[in-house]
Ligand binder design. Structure first.
Ligand code: NAD
Ligand code: DAU
Length: 360
């Protein structure tokens, strides 16, 4: 048995589905079901006896302690977080609460739990913390990609809260010898990605005939990784990562936001052309930039490749084609998550942005 937190969100649900497909062990899935948690992501394992879903908050220490006592997991894989940078700019408190206090609560519970274990159970226990490349800050055009030794320079309330959680994890290894592992991954994309994030938002808006909002000049660079490649990386780190270490995970796919949006438009033009003719690119709209917007992220993933033999399987082209297909085949899923809360977020985030001239 392993305990997964945040397993109803985008990456967590992909991980749970992958895990139940590829491993013999079961999963206890602790998730608060915030706006981004969605039981529909887990519909295919609803009747699977190896999946135990618990609705609850990682900040609830008594609940976490009880789950550890009851299920005796051999590992905790910690995804639960507030994850959207724009939301962290509008309302940072929830980010400090879940990402910092929540991780602290889990670490405390894990430390107490580990002290009850003996022999092989104690030796084999792991706490795997899923983190982000955003903790490293922003790169200039000629800078080398982020390595694991790059100094932390978080620039948003989101990345600052994740950086704080990474530091707590590091401290629990060094101070209490809690067997921690940390992964710092680049931008994921794929099925079940909540349509507040760039790729699913662009696909959903394109199909709905709405503007495709590009922040600033659209020349910001992200490194994109298909979500199942991230899940495979986490499984590798859990299986063979050295305790106390961090592993950077990335797809070697640096793209500007404009390139990403153009590629989505071109794929849609091919697979699902607009009824009125013309390209989806005509819907692109430049809007006011994100405050403090990081210019470039890039990951040096050589450590995980060298030590654990992990490599991404999908290229950006193959992964994005699969993703666009998934959204076309799962329009009900998109409609269902575009609830009242989603609409109020879209109003808050986009109505305050003015439309600017194209900078192409
Ligand atoms: P997400 O927002 O889609 O999912 C987060 C999940 O956590 C949701 O199911 C939500 O209900 C749950 N959750 C939130 N607060 C909780 C709480 N207090 N207690 C219990 N559950 C809670 O996020 P995601 O994109 O799947 O990201 C998952 C993890 O991966 C995060 O830690 C994020 O920082 C990290 N990460 C994400 C990316 C990415 O591109 N999305 C890249 C690198 C790292
Ligand atoms: O790098 C890893 C991180 O990637 C994760 O830690 C975060 O949880 C995840 O949300 C993601 O953060 P980003 O801010 O990079 O992702 P987002 O999809 O929000 O934005 C990607 C880029 O696209 C970013 O430069 C902002 C831009 N953007 C985003 C939206 C929503 C736009 O231009 N227009 C938009 O409407």
């Amino acid at each position: 048995m392993i305990l997964v937190t945040g397993g109803a969100g985008f990456i967590g649900s992909n991980f749970v589905l992958d895990w139940l497909d590829t491993e013999a062990e079961g999963v206890v899935n602790l998730d608060k079901l915030t706006y981004s948690g969605n039981m529909a992501n887990l519909a295919s394992v609803a009747d699977n006896p190896r999946h135990i879903f618990v609705r609850g908050d990682i900040c609830d220490g008594a609940l976490v302690a009880e789950l550890l006592k009851q299920h005796k997991p051999r590992a905790i894989v910690h995804f639960a977080a507030e994850s959207h940078v724009d939301r962290s700019i509008h309302a940072p408190a929830a980010f400090v609460q879940t990402n910092v206090n929540g991780t602290f609560t889990l670490l405390e519970a894990a430390r107490a739990y580990q002290s009850t274990l003996t022999g092989a159970e104690r030796d084999n226990f792991r706490f795997l913390h899923v983190s982000t490349d955003e903790v490293y800050g922003s790169l200039g055009p000629g800078d080398p990609p982020f390595s694991e030794t790059k100094a932390y320079e978080p620039n948003s309330p989101y990345s600052a809260s994740k950086a704080a959680s990474d530091h707590l994890v590091r401290a629990y290894f060094h101070t209490y010898v809690l067997p921690t592992l940390t992964t710092n991954c680049s931008n994921n994309y794929g099925p079940f990605h909540f349509p507040e994030k760039l790729i699913p938002l662009i696909i959903a808006n394109a199909r709905a005939g709405k503007p495709l909002p590009i922040y600033g000049d659209g020349q910001q660079i992200r490194d994109w990784l298909y979500v199942s490649d991230h899940c495979a990386a986490i499984r590798s780190v859990l299986a063979a990562g050295r305790v106390g270490e961090t592993y950077n995970v990335g797809g070697w796919n640096e793209k500007t936001n404009l390139e990403v949006v153009h590629t989505i438009c071109d794929l849609l033009d091919e697979i699902d052309p607009r009824a009125q003719g013309g390209s989806y690119r005509e819907q692109i709209t430049y809007v006011t930039d994100r405050p403090g917007h990081d210019r470039r992220y890039a990951i040096d993933a050589r450590k995980i490749e060298r030590e654990l033999g992990w490599r991404p399987r999908e290229t950006f082209q193959t992964g994005l084609r699969k993703t666009v297909q998934w959204y076309l085949e799962n329009e009900d899923w998109v409609r269902n998550v575009q609830s009242g809360e989603y609409q109020s977020w879209i109003d808050r985030n986009y109505n305050q942005r003015s439309v600017s001239e194209a900078v192409e």
